[in-house]
Ligand binder design. Sequence first.
Ligand SMILES: N[C@@H](CCC(=O)N[C@@H](CS)C(=O)NCC(=O)O)C(=O)O
Length: 282
Amino acid sequence: MSLELLSSQKSFGGWHNRYRHRSATLQCDMVLAVYLPPQAEPDAKLPVLYWLSGLTCSDENFMQKAGAQRLAAELGLVLVAPDTSPRGPDVPGDPDGAWDFGHGAGFYLNATEQPWAQHYHMHDYVVQELPALVEANFPVNDKRGISGHSMGGHGALVCALRNPGRYRSLSAFAPIANPSSCPWGEKAFTRYLGADRDAWRGWDACALLAERPARHLPILVDQGDADSFLDVQLKPAVLQAAAAAVGQPLTLRLQPGYDHSYWFVASFIDDHLRHHAAALHG
Ligand SMILES: N[C@@H](CCC(=O)N[C@@H](CS)C(=O)NCC(=O)O)C(=O)O
């Protein structure tokens, strides 16, 4: 599993590096970003926070806009930001060129429907191939946290709920909380998973919570109350109700005046980094 270094910049005493590699899971080349804090000496064993971005994003949005490096450097956290879908000329995208499906919109699931099923296995990529790659190439241990924004916030919830024990910490910003009941999710799930809604349950955080809560894993969620996607696409109240019904520890913070952008993410990223560091360094 070789990584080709594309660029490297020093940041807060550590390094922001971008790499390309061939993904066996996705059957295409993938680019990812890794922030190595100053503690990442060759003999170190640092925990890793995986960040899953939202619709239209690549590895770059979070690393450039969230302002996570300063505190990650202080806390000794490695940050890993993968792309949001398989990419390339051989990977089919949205037939109409829309931004909410296909390239940049892999929804962190394993597609079962053609033509998507050949490449769109972002869940297995994020949960299996990516940690194996990171743990083979960087001075890290197997203490993993996961977080993300919007489609990626939901992706983080699903990755953790589907894989008990694989992550020690979990949080989300403005997750698409119940994709089975919103336009972005219904479009993506119908195409990636087919029309049978029973097949969607394993990929919807609210349905998963009902079946396999992770009561040992407290979830931190921040949501701006001025987010234009709040009522139609995100629906945090459904997640709150699903968590309450099964005794899942969930702290949902409605942040007054904040929208859906990375201005919002940057405003609360420190709280999330501390939430993860407390569990990962324990
Ligand atoms: N392009 C869409 C918005 C998509 C969007 O808001 N994407 C979010 C995640 S769902 C994002 O992070 N965008 C990239 C950025 O802000 O850097 C629109 O025009 O309404």
